[in-house]
Design a binder for this molecule. Structure first.
Ligand SMILES: Nc1nc2c(ncn2[C@@H]2O[C@H](COP(=O)(O)OP(=O)(O)OP(=O)(O)O)[C@@H](O)[C@H]2O)c(=O)[nH]1
Ligand SMILES: [Mg+2]
Length: 235
C-alpha cells in the first residue's frame, strides 16, 4: 500500500524535524511538506531530512492540503498531519489501521475521545470542536467527537469528493462531503500536546471563536446546498 503523508507548514522550524523524525518510515512511501513562505528555514530542514518540499505561495491550510494531494505520487492512502508536533506521528499505525483493514474510507484522529492530556487542547478549542462535531451528528447523522487534523483517507475516494475550501474549512469539508457521499468515516483516539512554536489560529480565544463560527456556518451551508440541489439525505 502506497502511503503519502502531507504536512502543511508555515514557519515550523522548531517542530518540523521532530515531526519528520517520529514518522514510522516503514509505513510511509513519501512525505510531502507543503510550505507557504516560511522565513525560518522550515523547507530547508524538511528537505535535508528527505521530505519532498513543495512550495505553495498561496496561503491557507486547505490550499496547502490540496496542493499536497495534487503532488502525491500515485498514493493508495493519503495522511494529513500538522507540522507543529501537536500530534504524535508515531501514532500513524493507529490512523492507518481502519483503512488497511478495509473498514474505513476516512480515518479521523480524535483528540477528545479516549485519554486526553489535560491542557493540551485549550477549553475553548475543545468546546468549539465538540460543538461542531455535535452539529455534524445532528445534520449529517455522523457520530464523531472532534475535527482533528491528523487523519487519513483512501486517495481515490478523497479525490472524488472534489474538495475546494482553501482555508481551515477544508478539514471539515472533507468530513461533510464524506458523510454526504456515505463514505465509511471511522474515528480513532489520538494523543495531543501543546504545539511547539507560536500559536497561529486556535491558541487564542478570539481565533477559536472566529474559526468555530466559520466552521459551524460551513456545516449548515453544505447541508443546505446539497438538499436544495435535490440530493437525498444520508441515512
Ligand atoms: N502551507 C501552509 N501551511 C500552513 C498555513 N497556515 C498554517 N499552516 C500549517 O498548518 C498546520 C496547522 O496550523 P496551526 O497553526 O497549527 O493551526 P492550529 O493547530 O489550528 O492552531 P495553533 O496550533 O494554535 O497555531 C501547521 O503545520 C501550520 O504550519 C498556510 O497558509 N500554508
Ligand atoms: Mg496546531
Amino acid at each position: 500500500m502506497r502511503v503519502s503523508v502531507i504536512i502543511p507548514t508555515h514557519n515550523e522550524a522548531g517542530a518540523i524535524e521532530r515531526v519528520l523524525a517520529d514518522l514510522p518510515s516503514d509505513l510511509t512511501t513519501e512525505i510531502i511538506v507543503v510550505d507557504s513562505n516560511s522565513n525560518d528555514g522550515t523547507p530547508e530542514i524538511a528537505a535535508n531530512m528527505g521530505a519532498l518540499v513543495v512550495r505553495e505561495p498561496r496561503r491557507g491550510y486547505g490550499q496547502a492540503c490540496l496542493t499536497g494531494l495534487a503532488a502525491a505520487n500515485s498514493p493508495d492512502v493519503v495522511v494529513f498531519l500538522d507540522g507543529d508536533y501537536s500530534d504524535r506521528p508515531s501514532e500513524l499505525p493507529m490512523i492507518l489501521a481502519p483503512i488497511v483493514e478495509g473498514r474505513a474510507d476516512i480515518t479521523l484522529g480524535s483528540r477528545l475521545s479516549g485519554q486526553s492530556n489535560p491542557g493540551a487542547l485549550p477549553w475553548h478549542q475543545s468546546f468549539g470542536n465538540r460543538l461542531a462535531a455535535g452539529l455534524i451528528g445532528l445534520l449529517y447523522g455522523l457520530k464523531i467527537s472532534d475535527l482533528g487534523p491528523f487523519r487519513a483517507a483512501r486517495a481515490e475516494v478523497l479525490r472524488g469528493l472534489g474538495l475546494e475550501e482553501t482555508t481551515y474549512g477544508w478539514a471539515v469539508e472533507m468530513i461533510l462531503k464524506g458523510a454526504l457521499a456515505e463514505l465509511r468515516v471511522v474515528e480513532v483516539p489520538v494523543s495531543y500536546y501543546s504545539r511547539i512554536g507560536k500559536s497561529k489560529i486556535s491558541g487564542t480565544l478570539k481565533g477559536t471563536v472566529g474559526a468555530t463560527w466559520f466552521i459551524l456556518s460551513l456545516i449548515v451551508r453544505y447541508r443546505f446546498r446539497r438538499r436544495r440541489a435535490g440530493t437525498p439525505r444520508p441515512a
